[in-house]
Design a protein around this ligand. Structure first.
Ligand SMILES: Cc1cc2nc3c(=O)[nH]c(=O)nc-3n(C[C@H](O)[C@H](O)[C@H](O)COP(=O)(O)O)c2cc1C
Length: 198
């Protein structure tokens, strides 16, 4: 049976829960899915495909980007999918992503206040701004990328993080995870990763 590694980084648990739901859905399609925190992953050699999830924390989580950069060669030998959790996404054109299936939870998107012109906050939360460093670091065989709503609890944050999230990202506290959307993407992953045979 083909094996999929679903690995994640999290600060407050949001992205771990998303990774677990995705792995559950992959398992339901007849493939084996194992979930590990990224820091625990020694090697991806035992897996036929890799899914990596991390939150937007002033850009996609730095450790996730570093992992992609340092494991580019290892990841190049298998299909890869990435997912991002975030609280704010301004409606904006998608960057060039040939051969990559881009999924966005439509409930996460908010239109810019003035059509065709982004404010400072909005320009910080466009697809292009978020994805440029991710796509630069991504392995050549990236097959799918998804954007999901996350969860934000200001009481858990240090004051300067809370200030950044409020003033720059413009995110309000709350729960934005859309479980049917997350689970549907998880169920579609074996096809997106082209894991046809069981
Ligand atoms: C310091 C900090 C920076 C953040 N930066 C962004 C951001 O740039 N864009 C965004 O949409 N959400 C941002 N968020 C919200 C997180 O992405 C969101 O809360 C996510 O669900 C956290 O996932 P976790 O619980 O797995 O760590 C930020 C949160 C924190 C604490």
């Amino acid at each position: 049976m083909k094996k999929v590694l679903v690995t994640y980084i999290t600060h407050s648990g949001t992205t771990r829960d998303v990774a677990e739901a995705i792995a559950e859905e992959i398992s339901k399609t007849g493939f084996e899915a194992q979930v590990f925190e990224l820091a625990e992953v020694k090697s991806t050699n035992d897996f036929d495909a890799v899914v990596i999830g991390a939150p937007m924390i002033i850009g996609w989580h730095r450790s996730a980007l570093n992992y992609l950069k340092t494991h580019k060669a290892e990841l190049a030998s298998k299909p890869v999918a990435l997912f991002l959790t975030a609280m704010s996404l301004t409606e904006s054109p998608s960057p060039e992503m040939q051969g990559v299936d881009l999924h966005i939870d439509q409930k996460l998107i908010t239109p810019p206040q003035k059509p065709g012109r982004f404010s400072f906050k909005e320009s910080f939360t466009t697809l292009k701004h978020y994805l440029a460093p991710v796509l630069k670091a991504a392995p050549t065989n990236l097959k799918a990328l998804a954007f999901f709503g996350g969860r934000l609890d200001m009481y858990r944050l240090k004051w300067y993080d809370a200030l950044f999230v409020m003033l720059v990202v413009g995110a309000k506290p709350g729960e934005k995870r859309n479980w049917p959307d997350i689970r549907a993407w998880g169920a579609s992953l074996p096809a997106l990763l082209k894991l046809e045979e069981k």
